[in-house]
Design a protein around this ligand. Structure first.
Ligand SMILES: [Zn+2]
Length: 539
């Protein structure tokens, strides 16, 4: 075996293939702070289909007007190429009739080929929450599965609280599953609804259930992350013989979330040699994770395994040249395999070798003296309070400057901000003036704004926006101020970080100064220049 062979080792006792069932649109949407429109849901479903998950659970028809609209629009507006769309619901009511049950009727009316219904498999919940007999608990599941089968649907059965119930009364848990299997369910989904089960218990219980049912049905696992072991539990479930894993993109979900598909998919594929999504789609994992994060409007955790922006970022100055020579010695998988990339983080600690690597990453050629200039400039600027680790865009502009590059789009000679506290008005008025040249023509513009940074942004866009329409796509998404050497009070140095996006890419720029508006101006100017640079590079 070569010194660092990263070929996965597949144990023959594990399944060769594991289906991926995504529940981002239903279970994932339970996360606090997420509110998805029907359009958002359609766009997320499109991403999931491109990624190639086997099942997309779209929602609960009949539960709310949004999900009703979604199921109405899905067949027309989403052309699935790989995935099956699933409608989710529950079993019939206690002592109810399947033919007159609203939930079951809505499931059929959703007109998906596949449905998933949840039912109780913990005796305590049947007797206490439902207040009925254990026999009726089993009948509710079996009747409902059978009804949906007769309506021509593939049925997956979600056994709620399965692991908690099984530990206390395994006979009843198995009876419920048997009722579902005999009625024609293709999948028995063992749910850790409270999310606190540990991996060793998941593995043992899944193994016992798989042994009981053999190959007749697929045993699946649906695991919440309350013990911080959502992904570990799914790996344990697969070792126990589960052939389907359920979860959500970026681990979204109620409380601490669900098993994170962006982690479990590469773990199964790259580490355990198990087939999951189509092999050529694995490199879509990082772009899909970021795209979905944007659609749910939550910044993706930079430290997310495999897909985070820091997942393959190297800062250690000492090791950097070694990493460049032998990345496999410092990275657990090839970042490209999941669509991510190696990043070299440049800070004042960085030696020349880091700067060389960063230049290579950016496609810049720096000769010896230019290289020394950049290293010296970084040291000086970091001493003044700049911090380039996060401000990648300002760093790139600085390095381009060292090569002699100058931005050709505009040149501001003077700017002025007037904040007027008119006593009779109910708010401050803010105006900014910018003077300079663009493509050889002088400009002199004034604009009002909602605060000084916004006024400067508005004035500059007014001056050059018509000449550079690409600026129309660029907008600021975050503005952060940090006061350095606080003992100097209001005379302290201020560091401003601005996050911007053009809808395809996001970047961060930095400004530092004793005057907060001056620091903001630097970061703002860098942000707009960087936006124009990227637009030019895309052509
Ligand atoms: Zn769940």
């Amino acid at each position: 075996m070569p010194v660092n062979d990263r070929t996965p080792v597949h144990d023959p006792s594990w399944p060769a293939q594991v289906e991926i069932y995504d529940t981002t649109l239903r279970d994932g949407a339970q996360l606090e702070g997420i509110s998805l429109t029907v359009d958002d849901k359609l766009r997320i479903a499109e991403q999931l289909d491109q990624l190639g998950v086997q099942y997309i659970e779209a929602g609960w028809p009949g539960a709310n007007p949004k999900d009703n609209e979604l199921f109405r629009r899905l067949p027309k507006e989403l052309k699935v190429t790989t995935s099956r769309v699933v409608a989710f619901g529950s079993t019939r009511r206690v002592k109810g009739k399947v033919d007159s049950d609203d939930t079951l009727r809505h499931l059929v009316e959703a007109e998906t080929d596949t449905v998933c219904i949840v039912g109780k498999s913990w005796d305590y919940h049947v007797t206490e929450a439902l207040g009925t007999s254990l026999d009726e608990g089993v009948a509710m599941v079996a009747d409902s599965v059978e009804f949906l089968r007769r309506s021509g649907r593939q049925v997956l059965f979600d056994a709620e609280h399965f692991f908690d119930g099984y530990r206390r009364n395994p006979e009843f848990g198995l009876r419920v599953l048997e009722g579902a299997a005999q009625a024609g369910a293709t999948h028995l989904v063992l749910c850790d609804t409270n999310g606190g089960t540990m991996p060793h218990d998941v593995e043992r219980i899944v193994r016992e259930v798989v042994a009981y049912f053999g190959d007749d049905v697929v045993v699946a696992v649906h695991l919440h992350d309350d013990g911080g072991t959502g992904v570990a539990n799914a790996l344990a479930g697969v070792r126990g013989g589960a052939r389907q894993v359920q979860g959500t993109i970026n681990g979204y979900g109620e409380r601490t979330g669900n098993c994170n598909l962006t982690t479990i998919i590469p773990n199964l594929t790259l580490k355990m040699g198990i087939e999951t999504i189509p092999a050529d789609r694995l490199e879509l994992l990082t772009p899909v994770a970021h795209h979905v994060a944007e659609l749910v409007n939550m910044a993706l955790d930079p430290q997310a395994p495999y897909v985070g922006s820091s997942a393959f970022a190297h800062k250690a100055g000492l090791h950097v040249s070694a990493i460049a020579k032998r990345p496999d010695a410092y990275e657990h998988v090839a970042p490209e395999s999941v669509g991510n990339g190696t990043r070299f983080v440049v800070s004042e600690l960085a030696g020349k070798s880091t700067v060389v690597l960063k230049a290579k990453e950016l496609g810049l050629e720096l000769d010896g003296p230019q290289l020394n200039d950049v290293v010296d400039m970084l040291k000086r600027l970091e001493h003044e309070g700049y911090h380039f680790e996060t401000a990648d865009a300002s760093l790139e502009l600085l390095m381009r400057h060292a090569t002699g590059w100058r931005q050709p789009w505009f040149h501001v000679e003077e700017w002025e901000v007037i904040v007027d506290d008119a006593r009779d008005a109910d708010r401050l008025s803010t105006q900014a003036i910018v003077k300079g040249t663009a493509n050889g023509e002088a400009f002199h513009e004034i604009a009002a704004g909602n605060g000084p940074v916004n006024a400067l942004d508005q004035a500059l866009r007014k001056a050059i926006g018509a000449r550079h329409p690409a600026l129309g796509n660029v907008h600021l998404t975050d503005y952060k101020v940090r006061v350095l050497d606080t003992h100097r009070g209001t005379g302290a140095i201020t560091r401003v970080l601005i996050d911007s996006t053009d809808g395809e890419q996001s970047w961060t720029t930095i400004g530092v100064g004793e005057n907060i508006i001056e620091a903001s101006w630097q970061a703002l100017e860098d942000s707009l220049v960087f936006g124009l640079l990227r637009a030019e590079q895309r052509g």
